[in-house]
Write a protein that binds this ligand. Sequence first.
Ligand SMILES: [Zn+2]
Length: 511
Amino acid sequence: MTVPFTPGLHEIAADTYAYLQPNGSWGFSNAGLIVSGDEGLLVDTLFSVPQTRDMLDAMARALPRLTIGTLVNSHSDGDHWWGNQLLPDATILASEAAAAAMRRDRLHELFAAPGAVRLPRVAEDMRKTFDFTGITPTLPTRTFSGELEVAVGRRTVRLIEVGPAHTAGDVLVHVPDAATLFTGDILFVGGHPVIHSGPVENWITACDLILCLDVETIVPGHGPVVGKREVRTFRDYLERVRDHAVRAHGAGVPVIQAAREMDLDTIADWDDPERLVLNIGAIYRELNGDGTPGEEELMGLLDQYVVPRPAAPALRVVPRPADTPRIAPRPASEIATLAPRLEGPAAQLLADGAGPLAGRPVLNVLATIGNHPDLLVALVPLLTQLGQGLIPPRRRELVILRTAHRTGSPYEWQHHVRLGAAAGLTESEIARIPDGPDSPGFDGADRALLRAVDELCEGHTLSSATWQELAPHHSTPQLLELLALIGTYTLIAGILNSCRVPLDDWLAPSA
Ligand SMILES: [Zn+2]
């Protein structure tokens, strides 16, 4: 099943829940809940008391008779246990190694005392984002090493210690009867992890163990709910970072330089790339064997790491799952009820798609605008008209793709790459659209269209030169339609980008 990456409680299997906090960056962790009858086992609390209170309120609303008798802390990072005090009657379980780290943890005091110590930018940002006041560290009441089976009503949950890896005492929470695994921070999705402890080989072994478990639904410590494919991707990441770090260490390259020089390639869109400094540093520490560089020293380097921009053009990078919609798409069933207000292909677009979209669920862009039904009903006929207007399809898609590029809309780009290919644009033509009108290989008519997009995006009018290039080859209605096409797709891009409309599932790229 696909679980949307939206904030709050999601039932991911029968009586099994994930509590998600997009976008999964620093301090935005996930939690889990396993229920049997009125009994519940909670996997992790959150970074602060208010966040944890919100989560427990959401659980109480969904399951009014629930009693959480057991809490498992997957590891010792504050974003997985600083809310423990709100469960004063629960048995709190953690590995002995995690509990030892929790007993030493005074970081919340540092966070709660603004200005006392200058912290790296990411830590200062966390101070501003979360309310760290009122934390009473509430430690595990029962610890274990290795494996432990815990009963929740009639269900059994397996705790499997796999640390030291991310931290000293990482634990996986396996729910065999739901084929579900809560990984804590042994898995990050959509963002770089942090190697606090290592060794990295233990972490790779933990990934192998996950891949051998009979599980389908995997809830990472940070990021969306996924399956095993993402675990494989993550395992590859660990190996790539390890190999890069070993090479750089052997060549005497300083940590910060090694982080900057790492080729991010397929992971260029992962969040929190500055964590490479910590991760490469942790592997240097393993190789040095003398405890250097320490994590504090590495945290001091974080601000020196300049986030590399992904290789141009950025538009070939699809939106991350971490981009939470600001306005969520309405359900398809609700959008379909608007179809009778329209006719022909416009009505079909709201019902079950039309043309190349036939049979697809309603597009997220339409379902988002559908939060204003009258606006949607007014816009769809215009879009339909432009989609089957007077400009030949290949030229129309060329213009829309250049508009998507100029307006920085990955959603528009992804959709029209498909439509453009269907309309006769070659793969290499599409690849050259971001390079603009002067890219070699476009003929004069194409160049004039690309230039028209650029001029309208920049100055909202066409130059005399461009007008004179276009006029002989287009009728007056076609010229008007061209202007409307560029303007309409600029309008749509503004809505897509600002509302952070998620890419439709069936278009999501396979990693
Ligand atoms: Zn975490």
